[in-house]
Design a protein around this ligand. Sequence first.
Ligand code: PEP
Length: 239
Amino acid sequence: MRRRIAAGNWKMNGVSADLREARAIAQAAQGLAVETLLGLPATLIMAARDMSVTLGGQDCHAEPKGAFTGDLSAPMLADAGAQFVIVGHSERRALHGETDAAVAAKARAAQAAGLTAVICIGETEAQYRGGATLEVLAAQLSGSLPAGATAESTIVAYEPVWAIGTGLTPTPDEIQAVHAFIRDRLPDRDIAVLYGGSVSPANAATIFSLADVDGGLVGGASLKAETFIPIMQALEDAR
Ligand code: PEP
């Protein structure tokens, strides 16, 4: 049985007043068989650590500690209450110049600290239009996944860059074909493969019905309980 996961990524959004949304999401998660993950800003993790939801960070440094002003290490996130960390999000790859090798190093650091690494991959719009999607994903997968990645230590999120925050998504057939392609290249076929990019209450049921989609990594719609809970429920009801 593969894991089924509704994961939220709050990005650089959320102050303590927004913990009421996390609390409502956690309460709804309690009644579901699927896993609910929330990638909060690191400043909120400790305050949410008693909620009944799996908490995570959105990035970590590859080193466990040291002179890296402003950075956070995987052991620090674990100490705050995180159980996973997102690595290689396209915003980090594009805005912070993170390479596949850097992402793999962060994933190894996460796993060494006992965190699940949610490793993001995805093609740009130009690559999609140029028919290079599968080639790009194959390279990102082989470069970003640490050797020995397992279903327990690793989650892969396929997030087409052009679908993030745009309201655009690939067609269901395209999503399924890409997920099957990814699964064929995983060191452990049971690693959960999530789809991310403009998942909403309106499209979640269709996306989650696809055979090789094990859940979603959700940005904007995860910020509010009223939009994230229907997505969690769609995953619960799928297949
Ligand atoms: C994301 O940032 O990981 C994401 C999928 O964002 P959105 O759901 O807002 O497109």
